[in-house]
Design a protein around this ligand. Structure first.
Ligand code: SAM
Ligand code: SF4
Length: 337
């Protein structure tokens, strides 16, 4: 009789009950941020009393090893502002040492990109997303709470100079704020290899009035793009959540991130680990599964993988944002957006 080899739980690739496969880990390394974006941390980062410290370099190594062993090929480092960590370069180098991880992406507010981007590249960052909510320095200041538009733009230029072929720019487009930047952003990427990503404002526990005043449906932007000759592209397995559009007359691309769209969750390929070491199956709607007790030594790898695999079986088919349920998420700085 032929025997069928059985892989222990935790050794198999990460697949959930809806047959979605997970190749992509979004790893937050700090909750701290030096910006005060009005949709994220309008009062700036507020340290919590008795808060557990953020993942150490060794804990990050162990978490990445386990995900890599279960098929993860891409890690996005996020925060808070990840580049505020003093050991940021060591973190990148540590992740880069894991051969299964082919892509290390960074999401940053870009405040130190002009100075440091060459070091980031040397350490192993393969792609960069930088947040720029307006091309008008005054509006940028109004939204982010800081007067750093010129620094961020210099950082972007520097990223191209030192050899990044393409950079993604994130912008949360909001009614009665930066909505009219849409056309300027399109004109800006006409001759630049930028993927301009418009993120639909998501409601979090800390905003209600703000959301209703400023939420702008991504569908409106999609309709505008389709009417002006932009063509929706097919997604690859490692691609993030954006619907990407291209236009024959433009060097740049547009990515729309529309979490309120009906099928947004069907292509979910990412899991999140917070800076305090909790696994989050979805950006919204759950408290997170503690991993930290299993991040103390290399010997715990199998147990850690088993916990991640079995937790994944509880991942819901979709979030409940449509019903106004943002779960327990007070803001996205605590989990990295
Ligand atoms: N500090 C870095 C930055 O701003 O790029 C990384 C962390 S930030 C939480 C990641 C992304 O989440 C940013 O592009 C930000 O614009 C986005 N974001 C934060 N809060 C959001 C919200 N309520 N709705 C939509 N996007 C949000
Ligand atoms: Fe900081 Fe990023 Fe949140 Fe802005 S969006 S406050 S830069 S974490």
């Amino acid at each position: 009789m032929q025997t069928i080899p059985i892989k222990p739980v935790g050794q198999a690739p990460l697949v959930d009950a809806f047959q979605r496969r997970y190749y992509y880990l979004r790893l937050s390394i700090t909750d701290v941020c030096n910006f005060r974006c009005n949709y994220c941390l309008p009062n700036g980062y507020q340290p919590e009393a008795n808060k557990p410290s953020f993942l150490t370099l060794n804990e990050i190594r162990l978490v990445v090893n386990s995900f890599a062993a279960m098929g993860t090929e891409k890690v996005r480092i996020t925060g808070g502002e990840p580049t505020l960590r003093k050991d940021f370069l060591s973190i990148v180098e540590t992740i880069a040492q894991q051969p299964a991880i082919k892509h290390i992406a960074l999401t940053t507010n870009g405040y130190r990109m002009a100075k440091d981007v060459a070091d980031w590249k040397a350490a192993g960052i393969t792609s960069i997303n930088v947040s720029i909510d307006s091309l008008d320095p005054r509006l940028f200041h109004r939204i982010t709470g800081v007067d750093k538009f010129d620094d961020v733009m210099r950082g972007l230029e520097r990223a191209f100079e030192i050899g990044y072929q393409k950079v993604k720019v994130n912008s949360v487009l909001m009614k009665a704020l930066n909505e009219t930047d849409f056309d300027q952003f399109l004109a800006w990427i006409k001759d630049k290899p930028i993927q301009m990503r418009f993120i639909e404002l998501m409601q979090t526990g800390e905003m209600d009035h703000f959301f209703h005043k400023h939420h702008l449906s991504g569908q409106i932007l999609a309709d505008r793009l389709l009417k002006t000759g932009w063509i929706l592209q097919e997604k690859g397995v490692l691609d993030g959540p954006a619907n990407v559009f291209r236009h024959p007359d433009y060097v740049g691309e547009v990515g729309l991130i529309m979490p309120y769209e009906k099928n947004f969750c069907a292509s979910c390929n990412r899991l999140r680990v917070s800076a305090k070491g909790k696994l989050h199956l979805c950006l919204f709607g759950e408290e997170g599964i503690e991993l930290r007790d299993l991040l103390q030594s290399d010997d715990q790898q199998w147990q850690l993988q088993a916990r991640i695999s079995s937790a994944l079986q509880g991942k819901r088919e979709h979030h409940f944002l449509h019903q106004g349920d943002s779960g327990v998420r007070t803001n996205l700085a605590s989990i990295g957006g």
